[in-house]
Design a binder for this molecule. Sequence first.
Ligand code: AMP
Length: 291
Amino acid sequence: MEIVKSLNELRNARQNLPAPLGLVPTMGFLHPGHLSLVRRARAECAAVAVSIFVNPTQFGPQEDLAAYPRDLEKDLALLQVAGVDLVWLPTNEVMYPAGYQTWVDVESVTQTLEGARRPGHFRGVATVVAKLFNGVQPHKAYFGQKDAQQAVVIRQMARDLNFPLEIVICPLIRETDGLAMSSRNTYLNPEQRQAATVLSRALRAAKAAYEAGDRVAENLRQVMIAEIEGESLAHLQYVSVAHPDTLEELNMLEDDALFSMAVYVGQTRLIDNFLLQAGRWQVGERINERA
Ligand code: AMP
């Protein structure tokens, strides 16, 4: 496994890798969710590159950039075991050198949900991912359904900017009690960790209401709200039942829908989603359900 930092080192290492090359972009503090993306890339590609970069431009001024968990040594050990060929650890100076002034702005799909609550977030995400694509030049890039809107934004960007690669979206990996795996779960104390299961419980309740025949989006949102309000340590930011491509809120459910939410548990902001697509629910995979 080769570990590189500068663009020159990256280009040299890239040249020696067989095609197709798969890229898994991450912010590190790796967990089984990230590793599921690596495993998928390993299965589909001749070579696998992983980037680890805590991208400052996707954090708002009041967000957790300074506190974001980091454990590079452990991450590298996990990636080595996972059979990764190349790890790129760009520095802030490599990504945003002095005088930096070019940004990627994806328009309407960044206006709702996370984008509405985290101004500038997707500008930072789209910009850094474009730079990661240009640096690594992968044939395929792997992202998680955990960040449902991010997946939509990246797909849109890749299409609009003619990036010559395939975007692969992988299932959301959950803890055995249903909590979506996230580097940020480490912020939760044991009581909050218990309360954090309310997100997946709320999504399951909405799915059950849908399966009982309710097609009124507002009713399904209310089911999720009631569940979250029943958890005293949780504080709802938003719930949504939206079209999975346009991310606009639905009135009536016809076929596809993205059920999503952001909830604070203490100071920790958690997100989760279920996707209903082509008559099938994508609710993710619990870690003990995996091989
Ligand atoms: P992050 O390090 O949080 O920026 O995540 C890097 C990539 O891993 C993104 O594509 C995420 O969507 C994906 N990811 C994070 N958590 C999970 C999870 N629990 N299941 C699947 N993918 C995930």
